[in-house]
Ligand binder design. Structure first.
Ligand SMILES: [Zn+2]
Length: 365
């Protein structure tokens, strides 16, 4: 069962309720990334406490380790990682094509070898959906073909055709589960538009924007997001894959995007960068050595309620690994608060004011 009901709108931004089987979430929504079946340094109980509604794992990484059969035998990925919330899985097409492994892409799918066990994997669109079904994903993503940035027009044209053909095959394979299609088209407006139309025509439960936020200039990204949200139907969720910077997210909500995921908040945390309402801070800087206040005065996460900047600074300096966990808890909660505040602003028809106020404070560091 899949349902998407728009609750309120403020120009293009919308607040909606998305129901997948027995799981209900509110959008705009940010999903932390659990690539290998874990949000790095955290456990499922932490995610509950931080009011995370949905996460996204990666079929390709799980296939390599521990293997789809292992997860299936454990009762599916929900049970394996003790996660009751909504679970998206990415097909891993992006990683397969960019991995260090020797790989071959043709119209039938992706073939690659790993040094580790000398196995040859052949991932077709059908197999990709079958494997996501086997691990118990609530929402599966299509296998797409994302060319690197920059690529020439010919390469992008090829990716649009291949992505459309693969999406069709994914749809035929997975009529019994919820699947989101993924568009490509690089930053060439007419190809982006064509790819979005291709995907929208297939009638997936949701439509994703792929192949952006991979190194193109920000204004190009926004332009192609606008093309995408114009083409994608209003009545289905729109998902920008791999976008995690708070300001970029608010700009894309303003352009009609509903869902986001990225390793950006947790990766930043592990690299000692914390998000605050007054901008990003590097907690290993000397000036935090004696600051006995929380990371962010307005944050109510377990880290901010119980620990000081000075303590986290000390853990960093002493290379005590718990700082990664404390920092990740905070950055994830920051993203959850940002989305909740965004939803409230949409309801109150003041989203643009909220966005501009957030940007003003966040950039002021
Ligand atoms: Zn906090």
């Amino acid at each position: 069962m899949f349902d998407f009901e728009i609750l309120s709108e403020d120009k293009k931004a919308r607040e909606a309720c998305m129901i997948v089987d027995d799981k209900e979430v509110k959008t705009p929504l940010f999903m932390p990334v659990a690539t290998r079946g874990v949000v790095k340094t955290l456990i499922a109980e932490d995610l509950d406490r931080l009011e995370v509604q949905a996460i996204i794992s990666n079929m390709y990484h799980l296939l390599l380790k521990p293997g789809i059969g292992t997860i299936e035998d454990a009762g599916g990925l929900h049970r394996f990682m003790n996660w009751d919330g909504l679970l998206f899985t990415d097909s891993g097409g992006f990683q397969m094509i960019r991995s260090d492994f020797e790989n071959k892409v043709n119209s039938n799918g992706v073939t690659f070898n790993t040094d580790r066990d000398d196995t040859t994997y052949e991932i077709t669109p059908e197999l990709c959906i079958k494997m996501q079904r086997r691990i118990g994903s609530d929402v599966a993503m299509c296998l797409d073909y994302c060319p690197p940035y920059p690529s020439d027009r010919g390469e992008i044209e090829k990716s649009v055709i291949r992505t459309r053909d693969w999406a069709k095959r994914c749809k035929e394979e997975g009529d019994d589960i919820s699947i989101f299609g993924i568009s490509q088209g690089g930053t060439i407006p007419e190809l982006r538009e064509e790819s979005c139309k291709d995907i929208a025509d297939l009638g997936f439960q949701g439509n994703a924007i792929g192949g952006l936020s991979i190194g193109e200039p920000t204004d190009e990204m926004y332009k192609n997001v606008e093309i995408s949200t114009k083409v994608f139907p209003e009545e289905a969720p729109r998902y920008f894959m791999g976008l995690g910077s708070p300001i970029d997210i608010l700009e894309c909500v303003d352009r009609g995007v509903d869902l986001f995921d990225s390793a950006y908040p947790t990766r930043n945390a592990r690299h000692r960068t914390l998000f605050t309402r007054n901008g990003k801070i590097r907690i290993d800087r000397r000036k935090f050595k004696k600051e006995n206040g929380p990371l962010d005065e307005e944050c109510e996460c377990p880290t901010c309620k119980n620990y000081t900047r000075a303590y986290i600074h000390h853990l960093c300096k002493a290379e005590e690994m718990s700082w990664m966990r404390l920092a990740s808890i905070h950055n994830i909660k920051f993203m959850m608060d940002l989305m909740e505040d965004g939803r409230k602003a949409i309801r109150e028809k003041r989203f643009v004011e909220f966005k501009e106020e957030f940007k003003r404070k966040y950039k002021n560091c």
